[in-house]
Structure formats: structure tokens, C-alpha cells
Design a protein around this ligand. Structure first.
Ligand code: CA
Length: 242
């Protein structure tokens, strides 16, 4: 299912080794993706129908078949339903035989990653492929929404209840991080890392300060949006979806 935020991409991890599946699930979740897992070819096909992911990270060697077959089946379904959602596929393979890789890409893979992989590489590849495939679908995905709040990442503009909200670049980056993780509580450390990138001169109270700036600007147009979980972090309050 597409998330209520309308922005966090959904990734299906198809991997039969639980340790690898866990690492992928945890890392991708941490990076703002909605993640589902499947351990077999059969589960993978069922999970695609159920969760309609934006991207499938597809292990090639599965207990009941292989990733190439899964990809072929998905592409066949897509061909039968041209109006269906765009679905990107990245193969994860222990085989680095170039002929295998070429064959996989010919079956409709968008990219491939060879095991053993660095986790940062996986995140970067997933983001790159999604940028490519989601842009192809028309570009409306660059708008992040949460209730009556709307952020257009193409024009760097923010509106609440139809009213333009003027933000400084730091406020914008902070809000974007919260929007990308809507539904979660984001720790102060995570915000310092992603918004301030551990700038050494930043005092530890900077997050509280900027959260208060954001609140002042956003709450002029509606009920309080940002929630504080004392000792844990910040998040956007759940909103009623129309
Ligand atoms: Ca495997």
C-alpha cells in the first residue's frame, strides 16, 4: 500500500538469508523507506500484489526459484496492466558473471548489486534507481504531503492549508527530514546528523531552537504539527486522512 504521506517510497526486500534481510530492512527503514520482506519466490509475488512497492530488492538465489523468474513474472503482470504502478527492480546477486548480469537486466532489472555489498552502496543505488524511475512517472512524487502540509522538493516551496510558509534553508531541511519520516519519531542525534551533518560549531540546543522556529511558522495556519517525545525525539503528529 502507498503510505499516507504519499512520499516515503516502499521497498520490498526479497532475501532468504534472515541476517541479510534484517540488515537491509533496518537500514532502509532508517533511511526513510517503508520496508516489507519476503523470503521466497512465492512470498515475493504475493507481497508485490499486497504492498505494491516502488522498488524490489531481489535476491537471485531463492529457495523455491530464482530472482530472474520473479522479475519476469512481475514484468509480465505489468505488461498486462499498462496503467499499473511503475515498479523498479534491483537484483542482488552473489554471481558476478557479467553474462548473468546482462541477462538479468535484459529481463527488466533496473540495476544489480553484487554480494557482499556495502550497506551504504545499497541505499545509494536504491535512491538512484527511484529517482530515475519515479521521475519517469511524471514528477509529481517530488511533493511531500502530511495532512494540510505540502512540500514541493522541485521548487523548495512549502504550503500549509494553501498558505505559503517561508522557511530558511535549515528550517526547510529539518522539516523535510521530519516529512520523510512522518509517522516515526526522529531522534535529536539523527537530526543533527542529517540536517546539520555534525557541524562542529553547532550547540547541542540547536535542534530544539529550530523546532521552535518551525512550530511558530507552521502553527499559524492550523493545529500544532510537531510532537516532542521527551528524551526520544520529534515527529509529525498523525493526521486524519481525507
Ligand atoms: Ca539467497
Amino acid at each position: 500500500m502507498k503510505t499516507a504521506v504519499g512520499s516515503a517510497p516502499t521497498v520490498l526486500v526479497v532475501e532468504d538469508e534472515p541476517g541479510i534481510a534484517d540488515i537491509l530492512r533496518i537500514t532502509l527503514s532508517y533511511n526513510g523507506f517503508t520496508v516489507h520482506c519476503a523470503a521466497t519466490r512465492r512470498e515475493a509475488l504475493a507481497a508485490v500484489r499486497e504492498h505494491r512497492p516502488d522498488l524490489v530488492l531481489l535476491d537471485v538465489m531463492l529457495p523455491d526459484g530464482n530472482g530472474w523468474e520473479v522479475c519476469q513474472a512481475l514484468r509480465a503482470e505489468r505488461a498486462a496492466d499498462p496503467a499499473g504502478d511503475e515498479l523498479a527492480v534491483i537484483f542482488v546477486t552473489a554471481r558476478d558473471d557479467p553474462r548473468e548480469v546482462v541477462a538479468g537486466l535484459a529481463l527488466g532489472g533496473d540495476d544489480y548489486i553484487t554480494k557482499p555489498f556495502g550497506i551504504d552502496e545499497v541505499v545509494a543505488r536504491v535512491q538512484a534507481v527511484l529517482r530515475r524511475t519515479r521521475r519517469d512517472t511524471g514528477g509529481t512524487d517530488r511533493v511531500l504531503r502530511h495532512g494540510d502540509l505540502e512540500m514541493n522538493e522541485a521548487t523548495y516551496s512549502v504550503c500549509r492549508a494553501g498558505q505559503r510558509v517561508e522557511l530558511t534553508p535549515t528550517e526547510y531541511n529539518l522539516l523535510r527530514h521530519l516529512l520523510r519520516h512522518a509517522g516515526q519519531i526522529v531522534s535529536k542525534e539523527q537530526l543533527l546528523q542529517h540536517v546539520w551533518q555534525y557541524e562542529t560549531v553547532v550547540p547541542s540546543t540547536v535542534v530544539e531552537t529550530y523546532i521552535s522556529y518551525l512550530r511558530r511558522k507552521l502553527d499559524r495556519f492550523g493545529p500544532s504539527m510537531i510532537e516532542t517525545r521527551r528524551g526520544i525525539g520529534y515527529g509529525l503528529r498523525a493526521v486524519e486522512q481525507a
